[in-house]
Write a protein that binds this ligand. Structure first.
Ligand SMILES: Nc1ncnc2c1ncn2[C@@H]1O[C@H](COP(=O)(O)OP(=O)(O)OP(=O)(O)O)[C@@H](O)[C@H]1O
Length: 300
């Protein structure tokens, strides 16, 4: 039986525990996710960062219901992503998550107008025509592209295309919006606009937002950034605004290591090297901390 944890709390929107995804190509096995832990609260907006190949897109595809995990736990809202039937998966993808891909053009249909594209997922969900019209107009307005409703993708700038893609992803009122490198192809000023649009829909619609990004401008502007290394969550940076002595405000960023349910924590390589920490270390419990010291008896 599974003991209830913070991951099971109703205010938790996404809970991944010991998530594993193994890709098999011929005789070669790639462990894209190797026991990843992640908890995202309802209405939170987080960034996921990590080197190329660390497993970010795999995580997002699993959360989007496009790919299925090999093992572990993954829950989004009331859905268990490991035990879903094909029909549930269709329902989940249609109603619970919205997904924005990196290539702006791959989110859009070249021969449809912005309004028609936002309408499409609602038609698939059998939403009445009047509601569809109102919702499409409201979403395009909310994303600052109300004036582009009758334009096709070829008549939109990169930033406008991305905003329309976000509107399409939000059409069926998903609880979670997933964005894979949404600013990857955009210049700095346009990236900032797209980030502002994501931030705005997060606040306005209460949608939980997960952004995979290489862009420090994006990861530096969310309250929590989760770093993935080798298919595992390695650290988190939390940011908060504090008041300075002169009355102004500044952002304080603090880095945390992530501990899994079994109590495992990864000690950063530079810490290990600085104190020659190798296979065996000494742990001591102090009143307010746990100390890790080199093994005095080892050769190191
Ligand atoms: N469909 C697949 N078949 C085989 N291997 C795959 C597949 N998809 C991903 N991988 C492998 O899994 C690992 C993680 O890939 P993933 O795309 O999730 O990383 P990423 O962090 O998103 O990288 P990037 O920042 O370059 O997009 C890589 O080694 C990749 O080659």
């Amino acid at each position: 039986m599974h003991e209830p944890t913070a991951a099971d709390a109703p205010e938790t929107m996404i809970a991944c525990e010991n998530l594993v995804r193994i890709y098999q190509t011929g005789s070669v096995e790639v462990q894209a996710l190797q026991g990843l832990d992640l908890v995202v609260g309802r209405g939170e907006m987080i960034a996921v960062v990590g080197a190329s190949g660390s497993g970010k897109s795999t995580l997002l595809s699993i959360l989007a219901g496009i790919d299925a995990p090999t093992a572990g736990r993954a829950r989004v809202g009331r859905w268990d992503l490991l035990g879903m039937s094909r029909a549930d998966r269709v329902r989940y993808r249609r109603h619970t998550v919205g997904f924005v891909r990196q290539q702006t053009s791959s989110n859009l249909v070249p021969y449809l107008t912005a309004h028609q594209m936002v309408d499409l997922p609602m038609t698939a969900a059998r939403t009445p025509a009047r509601t569809r019209r109102r919702r499409a107009t409201e979403l395009l307005e909310a994303l600052g592209v109300g004036g582009c409703a009758d334009r096709r993708p070829g008549q939109l700038s990169g930033g406008q295309q991305m905003r329309v893609a976000i509107a399409v992803a939000l059409a069926n009122r998903p609880q979670v919006l997933l964005a894979d490198e949404p600013t990857g192809e955009l210049d700095t000023a346009t990236s900032a606009e797209v980030f502002d649009a994501l931030h705005d829909v997060n606040r306005r619609f209460g949608v939980t937002v997960v952004i995979v990004t290489h862009d420090p401008e994006v990861s530096g502007r969310v309250e929590r950034t989760v770093a993935i290394r080798d298919g595992r969550t390695s650290s988190e940076v939390l940011r908060r605004t504090a008041e300075a002595a002169d009355g102004g405000t500044h952002v304080i960023a603090e880095e945390y290591a992530v501990m899994d349910r079994a109590g495992r924590v990864q000690v950063p390589r530079d810490y290990r090297e600085a104190l020659a920490l190798t296979r065996r270390v000494r742990l001591t419990l102090e009143a307010d901390r746990v100390e890790i010291r080199p093994d005095a008896g080892s050769d190191a």
